[in-house]
Design a binder for this molecule. Sequence first.
Ligand SMILES: [Zn+2]
Length: 321
Amino acid sequence: MTGTRGPGSNPERGLHGPFPAGNGPARSWRPWAPGRAGSGAGEGRSAEVVSRHVVRVPLASTTLPPADHTNAYVVRGEEGAVVWDAPGRDERALAPLWEALRALGEPPVRAVVLSHAHPDHVERAAEVCRRTGAPARAHPSLPSRLGRARDGIPWGEPLGEGDRIDLGGVSLVILFTPGHAPDHLVGWVPEDRALLAGDLLAGEGTVAIAPPEGDLGLYLASLGRVEALAPKVAGPGHGPTLRDPVRAARETYEHRMMREREILALLREGVGDPDEMVRRIYGDTLSARVLPFARATVAAHLAKLAGEGRAREEGGLWRTT
Ligand SMILES: [Zn+2]
């Protein structure tokens, strides 16, 4: 899920990048006309080739504005495919996914991998598994985090750091990247140097870090792994493909550090009430829908500073140590 639009988002970045060259299965992966950059409404809302073995399929989902879609991805090898995430506000919203699988030649789907337990990434898992015959695979803690929504989903082997799903000529390697959520995974396609980023990176809006399940310190550490991997391309959970993911990760990191400096400055000024910090940082104009995420962001920063011994709370008021 994403929250307010932040300076880290750039709608011009990475839209409709180059289509893959070469032979092999990638050839048949051009069922979609090259995008019209700058086409306005609907921009980034049609299926798109991310890399030689990866297709992005945005699906209308129950997510947070400004996003109204969550990206599913299909990773396709010679021996099968993986569907990454299972969003969709209703069954009809899945039509573009079925269309994409048809266009890819109906490969056998080996697994439906769920990046984390937020509803806008898992809400149609049961239907996607039923229709493809594939098991759902995720971090071991994910099923229990779904509560009753876990029923009706055929669970396969859990996934963790370093697990690899071989699809024939291409593989999906799992990295454990907690922070946005405690069960958050990203997928690495080494053959394409492509990252399936879940909600670690956002193509639009800003990733929400909401304590207690969100942990800003862990999130920043996970973000650092993007730089270490140096992917050529990343497919975020929301918004267009990121064609310069290392830069996106750095900008996101810098944005968070800027916010931290603001909060430290407020604390030094004697502003210790988190609600007052929200007003000072975001102004009075936040909609009722976005306000909880602004509050959560401030809470996430304060929790991080407390964990580092740089701030502490007394009677609901915060100060530096
Ligand atoms: Zn999420």
